[in-house]
Every structure is written in structure tokens, then in C-alpha cells.
Design a protein around this ligand. Structure first.
Ligand SMILES: [Zn+2]
Length: 811
């Protein structure tokens, strides 16, 4: 539980201060924020995945309407695809979470998540509700609405369009529609243990988009009389940018989804449709809501002060506003506790910092530490105003130190404090997986603070400790500072394929993150919790990548690696998620591997050529099985280079990513004609680099079988591919993960023979999952089956079928 709190602490911090130098806004940016201080409006945007949100509308809400705006993405997007690396699952969820935090940092929204897992594509909301706990999600959403009190809620998706989009999408809108009523329902029991106040948002909208009409052209022609048009083409002259320019920067953060966007200017209309709540006459979503200070008790004392602040603001010297700001802070402090008191007090605190040119920073020159090591933390405060600032105290790692130092204009204070962390302070990334985690998103945990006094007003600023250093090429660098376990243990492979239970070489690698030598026992434990291997080893201080090779007869099953040092047991890998566009994260991954026994003597072929597309882990699996796998360089490859391979495999989405295939596809066709086998894994239908992905006509559709356990019906059970070398039966399609397949062929020439049919619940049979065409002396194969997920996860059923494809005998 404690770990969750720590995670939330990091999460909230990274949202607001993404490992970056303390920001110092310009006078006009400060003025823009001061205007926002005068608006008490709030909105909530709801969708299912990172990247679902319409950043144009969020930017419009935060900038034009100056509304406090939350985006609730139900999931982390871990079930999606990844365009920047072959990491899927947890790693992808972490990447996408950080991309969302980046996006909100640009468009000014606040980011929240629920416990809903992104288990992969679903066709119908009912599939989503089979896997999601609907009551738990409603409880979270009602809690969030009561806590955040949004005036308006905007759904990205339509609650009425089942089956026209991802089931998660429609489910998010349906949940939102229910929540809109439940938030103000006294009879709603699920939150009776929580001290929440009823809240009725004024309106619920659906953010209409052209994609529900099939195309932009169709949407242009559609009757929009029931929609409310919003001209989002607003120019914010104090920021020097218009709405779409900010929105496209925000959208472009979704690098893993390939959502890089160019900016646009000029008039642009976005539409919303009223789904529930009060009727609306004009184009102001907050119509009829009092968004002035009058909406809160005692607010009429604040209103004139804020008006004065706006009127007297001096663009040449923002520090002149500091006195009035501290007065406003004190007046807000007298108000009864409300969400607006908290929000506005935080805004004023930031404005005081900005106007007084205050520089506040807590850093260390260590990238990470382990429990019980001393860490030197530097605190820096600079005053760049004629305001007398007193540094009262600092809190480092929950320890308060009294400072009592007065800072005149241009005075800089810095000091070093030594602290130690414990294993409760690990900064590992965690997904939210229960209601308490969800709630913690709303409570900022304060561990490090700088307390200052301005005009007798005490203000404390919460800051993260950041790793700060100079890079002679890149300049000043800020990164998140991490607390990690002393030892990381990992198997070099997630799956090992042994030949018929013979001896298998397994490698375990340890990293020592501490500054001392650690002596202990490395052991391998099977699924019955029996120790099958143990060795005493010493891990030298700070030594990374220390690999131990174990050669032993490992039976089928899962194994864990443990490193025990006295009473400490380390059984996790410290898995870093390191990309240049997001802050550095790590998570703790079980040190686990799977051993799969397999009869390698059936393999007749040996040389495989692989054409890499978007990236998948099939080549490693094939090497483990015993094939020699070469990567084919499409730029330089010639016909004679291909002839040495017995089978050539085209990686996932290669026809989407590799321009060379526009011309080099012919080499593949000729290679098959001359007696080779080509296996093309799933490709998406748009945009292909060439429509000619096979020697015969084939059209890839959007058909997916999302049920990973869908039953298959073999069309001709006696055909070679289902019998040699392995007999393929229904059993081979059991224990698949996430989905059976995607982007099946919808239409194909008669030369292609479908191998089986299958279908999702309630749908008609489809036969485009696995197609084999005889071409000349060889075989050309297209398959949408998700081998790229099944093979790395150690699924032998899928592996046997894949080997049968590879081993197809040609003339
Ligand atoms: Zn989505």
C-alpha cells in the first residue's frame, strides 16, 4: 500500500513538473494565468485510451474557456500497438501514460486514469464489460465527479454507436452517461463508505467527430442542426499561438501511436451534441453556470481584488503584483473548504512565485540511490524581485529543517542536505489497480517542500527531487531521481525452448545498483517452490550485467530467479523504460522465465531470412528453436541473396513501414516461384507502401478475432500444413493471449486456399486468417494470426503451426 502512495506521488509530480528545469513564464504568460484566476469553471473529458482525447477541444476548454479541465482515460493503452519500439504490454502502458502527461503539460489539462485494463481490441462494449468490473468503474467515476465537481462533461465517444468503434470507446461513453445521473443520486450505495458530497454536472456532451460518419467529406455533408458548433480557431495573443497550434503540439506527444501532427490556423469548427442535462441556446458550454467568484461562499470578497489585480498588472514589472497576490491568498484562506479554494490557492501560489521571479529547485547529482545510502540533496532558492523573501524551512524526504534566511533582490540561497531512503520509497511505476489507488490520484503526497514567507504569508511549494547534471553536448539536463532496489535479477530470455527435455543453457544476469559489494545466494526456483539451483556469488559494487550461465536439465514450466542476501530477497528485474521524449521510468518485473520442451529433430529446414517491419520478437524465438535466422537488408538485397534461404518471413507491418517493398516485393514473388516459401504476417490495410503484397490479389480488411480462445474449423484437416511435421488440432489454439488475430484478408484470389474459418461470438465465420497460395514451385502465405504475441509468450500450440508453415515442402 505504501508503495502505491509513493507511485502516486511520482505520478502527480511528473504530470505537473516533468523532469524539467523550473519554469519561468514571460510577463504575458503570467497575465494569461491571472485572467484564469478570475474563472471558476470546470470540465471533464472522458474516453478510453491515451490518444483518444481531442486535444483541440481540451486546449479550447483550458485556454478559451479558462476552465479547470480533467481528462479521464479509463485505460493506459497497454493493449495497443507500438510504433517506436517492439515493447508491448506494461512497457507500452508506461510509455503512453507519460505521453499523456506530456500532452497535458502542453494543453493545460489534468490527467487521470481508472483501474480499467486495456486488454486489447474489443468489438462491442459488452466484451469490455465482461472483463471490466463495471460497478468498480462507476464507483470511481462517480467519486471523481463528486470530488472534482465538473460543470460539464464531454464524452469523446457516442454511447449509442455499439459495434462501430472499439468496444472500450462506447463503454467509456455508456459509463459516463450512467455516472452523470449517479453522481447526484442519494440512493447510490457504492460510495456510502466515502465521505462524498452529491454533485450534478450541468451538461453532458458527446464530442461529435467525422470518424462516426466514415469520412470528412461525409461529415461535411451531414445534417449538423442538432450539434453545437464551437469555433476552436482562437488566437491567444498573449501566448503568440492559436488553439490548433497548442493542440497539435499536445497531440504530437503520442509518439508511440504515430500521432505526430502539423499545426493549422484560422477558423475551425468542432461540434458537440447535448446528451443529458440542461438545454443550451448558444455556443458557450457553461451557459447558465455562474463561473465567477460569486459561485462560492465569500467569493464576493475576492472578486474585486482579482479585478484590481488584472487592471493593475504591469507587463514591464510583474513583481508589482506580488503584494496584491499575497493579500488575495490570505483572503482565499479565510473561505470555507471547497475544491475551488484549493485550486485557486494553488494558482495564486504559483503566480506569486512567477511574479516575484522566484527560482525554487531541489536536485541531486545522483541518478538513483538504493535503500540506506546517503544522498546529498541540493536546495536552491533565488529571489529576482525587490520583495523581501524569507526561507522559513525545507522538507527533504519528510524531514523538516528550519532555515530562517532572508533573501533580498538577486540573493541566491543554496544548501546541501543529506538523506537516506528505505525500500518503502521505491519510485517504481505502478498501474492503478484498486479503488484506493484511484483515490490517491486526488491527494498530492508531499515529501519535499520549500517553505517561504512573503509579506508575512507562509507559502510552501512541493517539489520533486530531480537528478541534475551538465552534459557537454546537450547542456543542462534534469531527469527524475529514482530510488531502486539494490539488486536487479533477470533471465536473459523470457522463454527458453529446450530440445526434448535435454540440457538447456539458461543465463541469469544481475545488476548491483548499490555502492557496496554484496555477497549472497543466487537460486532458481520452480513453480512448486522447489530450489532447483543455488550458487553463492559476490556482486561487486555498482557492477551491472553480471551474467551467470547455468547448464542443466530444466523441465517444462516456469522458473523464478532469486538473490538472497541475509534477510533480503531480490526477485525482481529493474526494468527501465527509457525514451528521449518521456521522463525515465522503471518498474519492477518478476524475475521469471518459461521453459518449453520441444522436439527439435523434426526441423528439416535451417536457413531463414527475416524482413523486419514495425518490430516483433519472432526472430529470437526461431533462433531458440534452432533455425539460423538472418535479417534481410531490403535496401541492398538482390535475387541471388534470397536464394540461399529455405523460407523468408515478413515481419509485422513491413509492407506499412518499408518503402523498399514497393519494388523488392517482386523479388519475393520470384523467390517463391523458384521454390521458396514466404510467410507474410499481419499488415494493416492503410496505408500500405504497395497494394501488391502477394503475387495474387489479396485485400486486407479490418477483420479481427478478438476472442483469443475462438474455436477454429479446419477446411481440409488432411492438408499438409495441418499434419507435417506437427498434427495441428483445436488444442493448438488454446491458451492464446489477447487475440487470435487481426487484419485478416477480406478478399483474395482463387489461388489462395484458406486453411480454417473462425469467428467471434455472435459473428459470422471468417476465413481470411491463414491463406496459402501455390505459386510456381513454392508457397506464398498471408496470416493475420497473432504469432507475434503467441510465440514470445511460449505458446507451443501456435509455435507448432508456425513451424508447419516454415517447413512447407516445395518442389
Ligand atoms: Zn481508443
Amino acid at each position: 500500500m505504501k508503495n502505491n502512495i509513493i507511485y502516486i506521488f511520482c505520478a502527480l509530480f511528473m504530470q505537473n513538473i516533468i523532469a524539467q528545469k523550473p519554469q519561468t513564464p514571460t510577463p504575458s504568460e503570467i497575465y494569461f494565468k491571472i485572467e484564469k484566476l478570475n474563472v471558476l469553471a470546470s470540465a471533464m473529458y472522458i474516453a478510453a485510451h491515451p490518444d483518444d482525447e481531442n486535444t483541440r477541444l481540451i486546449t479550447y476548454l483550458t485556454h478559451h474557456d479558462k476552465a479547470y479541465t480533467n481528462y479521464l482515460s479509463l485505460t493506459r493503452g497497454n493493449g495497443g500497438q507500438n510504433l517506436i519500439s517492439n515493447e508491448l504490454g506494461t512497457d507500452l502502458g508506461i510509455i503512453r501514460t507519460n505521453e499523456l502527461w506530456n500532452a497535458r503539460n502542453i494543453d493545460g489539462g489534468k490527467q487521470f486514469f481508472s483501474t480499467a485494463d486495456d486488454f486489447g481490441f474489443s468489438k462491442h462494449p459488452k466484451e469490455a464489460f465482461e472483463k471490466w468490473d463495471k460497478h468498480l468503474l462507476l464507483k470511481q467515476m462517480v467519486y471523481m465527479i463528486r470530488k472534482e465537481q465538473p460543470d460539464v462533461i464531454v464524452n469523446r465517444f457516442d454511447h449509442r454507436t455499439e459495434e462501430t468503434t472499439h468496444g472500450h470507446h462506447t463503454a467509456s461513453a455508456q459509463l459516463s452517461k450512467l455516472t452523470f445521473t449517479l453522481a447526484n443520486d442519494k440512493n447510490y450505495k457504492d460510495l456510502s463508505q466515502e465521505n462524498t458530497e452529491m454533485w450534478q454536472p450541468k451538461r453532458l456532451f458527446f464530442n461529435v467527430s467525422w470518424f462516426f460518419f466514415g469520412s470528412k467529406q461525409a461529415f461535411d455533408k451531414a445534417d449538423k442542426s442538432k450539434y453545437i458548433p464551437l469555433n476552436i480557431g482562437v488566437f491567444y495573443n498573449q501566448l503568440g499561438k492559436n488553439n490548433q497550434e497548442i493542440a497539435s503540439l499536445s497531440r504530437s506527444q503520442h509518439q508511440s501511436q504515430g500521432f505526430g501532427d502539423i499545426s493549422s490556423r484560422g477558423e475551425e469548427i468542432d461540434y458537440v451534441e447535448l446528451v443529458d442535462g440542461d438545454a443550451i441556446k448558444g455556443s458557450n458550454l457553461f451557459e447558465g453556470v455562474d463561473t465567477s467568484w460569486n459561485r462560492i461562499k465569500g467569493g464576493n470578497n475576492i472578486q474585486p481584488l482579482v479585478t484590481q489585480l488584472i487592471n493593475e498588472y504591469d507587463f514591464k514589472d510583474p513583481s508589482k503584483s506580488t503584494n496584491l497576490l499575497t493579500k488575495i491568498y490570505v483572503e482565499i484562506d479565510k473561505l470555507p473548504e471547497t475544491i475551488w479554494k484549493t485550486r485557486k490557492q494553488n494558482e495564486v501560489k504559483e503566480l506569486i512565485k512567477n511574479c516575484a521571479g522566484l527560482f525554487l529547485d531541489i536536485t541531486t547529482n545522483e541518478p538513483y540511490t538504493t535503500p540506506n545510502e546517503n544522498v546529498d540533496v541540493k536546495v536552491e532558492v533565488a529571489n529576482r524581485s525587490n520583495q523581501n523573501i524569507v526561507i522559513k524551512d525545507v522538507i527533504i524526504n519528510n524531514q523538516k529543517i528550519i532555515v530562517g534566511k532572508s533573501l533580498a533582490d538577486q540573493d541566491v540561497y543554496y544548501d546541501y542536505f543529506q538523506t537516506k531512503f528505505t525500500n518503502q520509497d521505491y519510485t517504481n511505476f505502478k498501474f492503478i489497480d484498486n479503488f484506493n489507488d484511484f483515490k490517491n490520484q486526488f491527494n498530492l503526497t508531499k515529501k519535499n517542500e520549500i517553505g517561504i514567507q512573503v509579506n508575512d504569508v507562509y507559502l510552501s511549494y512541493t517539489l520533486p527531487i530531480q537528478y541534475h547534471y551538465k552534459d557537454v553536448v546537450k547542456g543542462e539536463i534534469y531527469k527524475p531521481f529514482h530510488v531502486v532496489p539494490a539488486i536487479s535479477v533477470r533471465f536473459n530470455q523470457s522463454t527458453y525452448i529446450t530440445n526434448n527435455n535435454q540440457n538447456q543453457k539458461i543465463e541469469v544476469t544481475t545488476d548491483n545498483y548499490s555502492k557496496e559489494n554484496i555477497k549472497g545466494f543466487l537460486s532458481i526456483i520452480n513453480s512448486k517452490n522447489e530450489e532447483v539451483y543455488q550458487k553463492e556469488i559476490t556482486l561487486n559494487e555498482s557492477e551491472k550485467n553480471n551474467t551467470i550461465t547455468i547448464n542443466k536439465n530444466f523441465l517444462n514450466g516456469t522458473y523464478q530467479a532469486h538473490f538472497k542476501q541475509n534477510t533480503n530477497t531480490y526477485n525482481n528485474e529493474i526494468k527501465w523504460v527509457d525514451y528521449s521524449h518521456i521522463p525515465l521510468n522503471y518498474y519492477l518485473k518478476d524475475s521469471e522465465t518459461k521453459v518449453v520442451s520441444f522436439n527439435k529433430s523434426v526441423l528439416k529446414k535451417s536457413k531463414i531470412g527475416y524482413i523486419v517491419g514495425a518490430g516483433d520478437e519472432i526472430p529470437q524465438v526461431l533462433k531458440d528453436v534452432g533455425y539460423n535466422v538472418d535479417f534481410i537488408n531490403l535496401e541492398t538485397v538482390k535475387a541471388e541473396d534470397l536464394s540461399k534461404y529455405e523460407t523468408i518471413i515478413v515481419g509485422i507491418r513491413a509492407f506499412n513501414t518499408e518503402s523498399s517493398l514497393k519494388t523488392k516485393n517482386k523479388l519475393l514473388f520470384d523467390y517463391v516461384k523458384n521454390g521458396g516459401t514466404v510467410i507474410v504476417q499481419y499488415q494493416t490495410n492503410v496505408p500500405l507502401k504497395t497494394e501488391e503484397i502477394a503475387p495474387y490479389k489479396i485485400k486486407i480488411g479490418r477483420t479481427r478475432i478478438t476472442d483469443e480462445n475462438a474455436v477454429v474449423n479446419f477446411i481440409n484437416p488432411n492438408e499438409t500444413v495441418l499434419n507435417k511435421p506437427f498434427k495441428i488440432t483445436q488444442e493448438n489454439f488454446k491458451n492464446w493471449v489477447q487475440e487470435q488475430g487481426l487484419y485478416y484478408a477480406d478478399d483474395f484470389a482463387g489461388e489462395f486456399q484458406p486453411v480454417f474459418t473462425s469467428h467471434d461470438f455472435d459473428e459470422k465465420e471468417t476465413n481470411g486468417a491463414l491463406l496459402i497460395a501455390k505459386h510456381g514451385k513454392g508457397h506464398y502465405i498471408y496470416t493475420g494470426l497473432s504469432f507475434f504475441r503467441q510465440l514470445p509468450s511460449g505458446n507451443t500450440g501456435a509455435l507448432e503451426l508456425f513451424i508447419n508453415l516454415i517447413e512447407l515442402k516445395n518442389e
